[in-house]
Design a protein around this ligand. Structure first.
Ligand code: HEM
Length: 408
């Protein structure tokens, strides 16, 4: 991956992109009709039920009774040893959980390992852009996805965002590995564990008074919510690459989509909600993602933490203004205003004027119209954004079933 240590970049991108996966909650949203057709899905057909009313009944039931039984610490300890896709489940798990997990670890019948390999190749070649976009587009966007913001903020991990980002980033890292869904990879395990965590959140958050006071819903993380976050990651990244005129050959685009389709399935999303193509993804995103974006106190708090991640390195002197300007450039005026990001008299105009020619110079060797210093500033910016958000993860990271909500 373009000079930069791939693992770090992916991890970083994963870290912030994962924030997209961290979840925040939306304000009371007007409930429009669900009209996206299952004909545009990988299943090609379906009953077309509104996914805002569909959760994960199999997992939710098993995990709710596990939480009620008080057996979670023992199960978490057992699951810590389960790390490889092809590894048998540890013995000693409750029978219903074992059955659930055996079922959940099965890849969909439509998985295409050739496409997954191509997706890895794409990630390797374009890792730097992907890292920066997961961080600055998906990660920052997650702070204006209200339901996600509220869920993250009021759940157990909301009190320790650094640890939370690190854990969520594991998914962002694992999806970009060469063997993600191969027997010796880890992505299946990561997805199955995440599915269990989400089921736990569905049981726990409704018991949280602060969450109940803030959230306009009874049960969090519906299938629609998962697809919202999915679009803030996959669809947004592909849209930005296109907008920036970064050349992405059709085979790469299709392969990258496939890796995210498999991931949605492995997170428990029904095939009838997973878009079959980028054009279907764009049309679903238009329906589920863009209309629900809005500020929340929880999201502003999370955005502030994200923009301050570089402060440990430079006291925020340069990193905060640069990240703020980049957020404004990438996500637009309205989101920047919602997040109360100040205007930057130097960096805002610099990005507006020179970012497109910078990409053109970088990609096509065209003459860069600005000064050499500006070109290298941008080159450095991409690298630094990726590095700034790098969480020093102490591998191995273990995704564990939470037992409580945010400690008060
Ligand atoms: C936990 C990924 C969608 C809310 C996690 C974790 C991962 C993850 C990897 C484990 C991290 C940890 O244990 O701290 C994803 C992905 C999604 C998605 C890839 C979609 C593509 C959502 C949505 C919400 C949500 C839509 C809420 C609306 C949460 C919460 C936790 C969590 C609250 C952590 C619970 C805690 O810390 O106690 N997610 N997620 N996620 N996710 Fe998601």
């Amino acid at each position: 991956m373009e000079e930069l240590n791939r693992r770090k970049a992916l991890f970083t991108g994963g870290a912030l992109g994962a924030l997209g996966a961290l979840g925040m909650a939306a304000p009371a949203q007007a409930r429009s009709l669900w009209t996206w057709s299952p004909h545009g899905s990988v299943a090609g057909a379906g009953i077309g039920a509104d996914p805002r009313g569909v959760w994960d009944p199999e997992a939710d039931q098993v995990i709710a009774s596990l939480l009620d039984s008080g057996d979670v610490p023992r199960v978490n300890e057992l699951l810590r040893t389960w790390t490889r896709n092809d590894q048998p489940l540890p013995s000693g798990l409750p029978a219903d959980l074992r059955d659930l997990m055996e079922n959940a670890r099965r890849l969909p019948s439509w998985v295409d390992h050739g496409k997954l390999a191509q997706s890895f190749d794409f990630t390797k070649r374009r890792g730097l852009y992907l890292g920066v976009l997961y961080a600055m587009a998906s990660g920052m966007m997650s702070t204006v996805i209200p339901k996600e913001a509220r869920a993250v903020y009021h759940s157990y991990g909301g009190a320790n965002m650094k640890d939370r980002i690190e854990k969520t980033a594991k998914l962002g890292y694992d999806i970009g590995t060469h063997n993600a869904y191969s027997p010796d990879g880890q992505m299946t395990v990561t997805c199955v564990k995440t599915r269990l965590v989400h089921a736990a959140v569905r049981h726990l958050l409704p018991q949280s008074q602060p969450w109940n006071d803030a959230a306009p819903e009874d049960v969090p993380i519906s299938q629609a919510d998962i697809m919202v976050t999915w679009h803030s990651l996959a669809t947004t990244v592909m849209q930005k690459l296109t907008e920036w005129k970064v050349p992405v050959p059709a085979a790469d685009a299709e392969a990258y989509l496939h890796s995210w389709q498999v991931t949605a399935h492995m997170l428990g999303v029904r095939d009838e909600y997973i878009p079959v193509s980028w054009s279907e993804a764009n049309s679903q995103a238009e329906q589920v993602l863009h209309p629900i974006l809005a500020p929340t106190p929880e999201g502003k708090d999370l955005a502030d933490i994200l923009l301050g991640l570089g402060s440990e390195l430079d006291g925020g002197v340069l990193s905060r203004p640069v990240l703020g300007a980049f957020t404004r450039y990438t996500l637009g005026e309205q989101i920047a205003e919602w997040l109360e990001i100040p205007r930057e008299p130097i960096f805002d105009p610099l990005l507006d004027t020179f970012w497109p020619p910078f990409i053109a110079a970088r990609e096509f060797g065209l003459n860069f119209p600005g000064a050499d210093e500006t070109y290298w500033l941008f080159e450095e910016l991409i690298r630094q954004v990726v590095l700034l958000f790098l969480s020093e993860a102490n591998y191995p990271i273990s995704i564990e079933i939470p037992q409580t909500n945010r400690p008060s």
